[in-house]
Design a protein around this ligand. Structure first.
Ligand SMILES: Cc1cc2nc3c(=O)[nH]c(=O)nc-3n(C[C@H](O)[C@H](O)[C@H](O)COP(=O)(O)OP(=O)(O)OC[C@H]3O[C@@H](n4cnc5c(N)ncnc54)[C@H](O)[C@@H]3O)c2cc1C
Length: 388
């Protein structure tokens, strides 16, 4: 057992924190923050700066533009950037789609897309969710039908992060309507400027712009099918487990917790034993979340696919962010409700924004209830009644 980072990993951590503290990076964050909330914002300048340093797709093979590193380095990157509140949606989406392509795409597809993704030239959005289809993704209704060497896509996707600025979409569609619902799904790469695509904004409580994306007779060539036809379900699940390591969630909780501590010290609230106890509990929970998240990274780095372990980390880390934000709001009283443009807002209004944004983390990429289902079924072997 060795919990230490290697020397090279320590220098990557230092390089990352130095980068995040650079004046231009801080300036970009301020600009983005003045336009809205940070979580789903995207700055091409910042994205390119990080890409230039080789921080995108670090674990992909070198021949496809990656560095052939382990998941440890990607986790170190996620840990630092989430702590410094760098908007991560673009990286997260590139991670989900890029990892899927690196594992399941054809040689031709890997060569065509991965190097351009790693170079920050193209961005992918994830087109899974539909109205009435979120947790039960296998019930998706969007159809892809073969026609004269193409697939013709019809349907509507919702909640698509960064769909309005992405170059391509990674789309799940039903290719066999007569097969059992998990067995008739396929995955496609769709250029977002293809004729027949309409994009409309959906604004959420946390200030995130999501999108509703309609597909009307959108044609994609057969070569854009990823993996085997009708076998997309297994690919989808593997990619989602990779998404759930949870290291970034711990950093978000830790940074918010530091804001709370600073406030408590400034206002001399620590004389209250109830407040001290609340903070001691949160501090302990952050360390528990940290251990759960790094356990997932360690499994990934050994080439294993974390399943119930990733679900535990996602469940615990995201609910911890909410407990942190709830505690911050409770301690800051009414001033905690003030938005960042008020001079009276403590912590630059970040607690109010964190409180709103913290609602999405237990929903996106699998809700807390679904994480509990995965833990009880795949981790503990407890079979739900409807499967008996
Ligand atoms: C900020 C944000 C960004 C997102 N970005 C994307 C994106 O880029 N691409 C994309 O495809 N999707 C995206 N999503 C959608 C996300 O994946 C879905 O919101 C999520 O899968 C949950 O689906 P739902 O919202 O339809 O809720 P539902 O699945 O309808 O769930 C509603 C409630 O029922 C509970 N529930 C459902 N099934 C069960 C069950 N079997 N047992 C117990 N409880 C259950 C849920 O836990 C939840 O509390 C995003 C969502 C958010 C909030």
């Amino acid at each position: 057992m060795d919990f230490r980072f290697t020397e090279a990993q320590e220098s990557l951590r230092k390089e990352l924190s130095d980068f995040c503290e650079e004046p231009r990076v801080q300036e970009i964050l301020k600009e983005l923050e003045s336009e809205g909330d940070l979580y789903s914002a995207h700055s091409w300048e910042l994205y390119k700066k990080m890409v230039e340093r080789g921080w995108l797709g670090m674990q992909w093979p070198k021949e496809y533009g990656g560095q052939g590193l382990s998941y440890d380095e990607t986790a170190i990157f996620n840990e630092a950037t989430s702590y410094y509140r760098i908007p991560m949606m673009g990286y997260a989406l590139t991670g989900i789609v890029g990892n899927s392509l690196a594992h399941f795409a054809s040689e031709e597809q890997k060569k065509e897309y991965l190097p351009r993704m790693a170079a920050g030239e193209i961005l992918f959005c994830v087109l899974y969710s539909e109205a009435n289809v979120g947790s039960d993704l296998a019930s998706l209704q969007t159809r892809a039908v073969e026609d004269e060497g193409d697939y013709v896509i019809n349907g509507t996707k919702i909640f698509t992060s960064l769909g309005h600025i992405s170059h391509y979409g990674f789309l799940a569609a039903r290719t066999d309507p007569d097969a059992p619902k998990h067995k008739g799904i396929s995955l496609f790469i769709v250029p977002m400027d293809a004729p027949g695509i309409t994009i409309n904004p959906m604004m959420s409580l946390g200030g995130e712009r999501l999108n509703e994306i309609a597909f009307e007779d959108v044609r994609v060539p057969q070569k854009n099918l990823v993996g085997e036809k009708n076998k997309g379900w297994r690919l989808l699940n593997k990619a989602l487990a990779v998404e759930r390591s949870g290291v970034g969630f711990v950093s978000m909780a830790r940074r918010g917790f530091e804001d709370i501590l600073k406030y408590v010290r400034e206002k001399k609230l620590s004389k209250d034993p109830v407040i001290r106890q609340k903070l001691a509990r949160l501090a302990t929970e952050i360390e528990v979340a940290d251990a759960l998240a790094w356990r997932v990274v360690s499994l990934q780095s050994k080439g294993l696919v974390p399943d119930s372990e990733a679900a535990m980390s996602k469940l615990y880390g995201t609910e911890l962010i909410q407990r942190m934000a709830n505690t911050g709001m409770e301690l800051m009283g009414f001033s905690g409700l003030l938005k960042k443009d008020s001079k009276w807002a403590p912590s630059g209004g970040r607690m109010e924004s964190a409180y709103r944004s913290s609602r999405f983390v237990t929903i996106a990429a699998g809700t807390s209830e679904i994480m509990k289902l995965i833990i009880s079924f795949r981790g503990l072997g407890l079979i739900p009644v409807y499967m008996m």
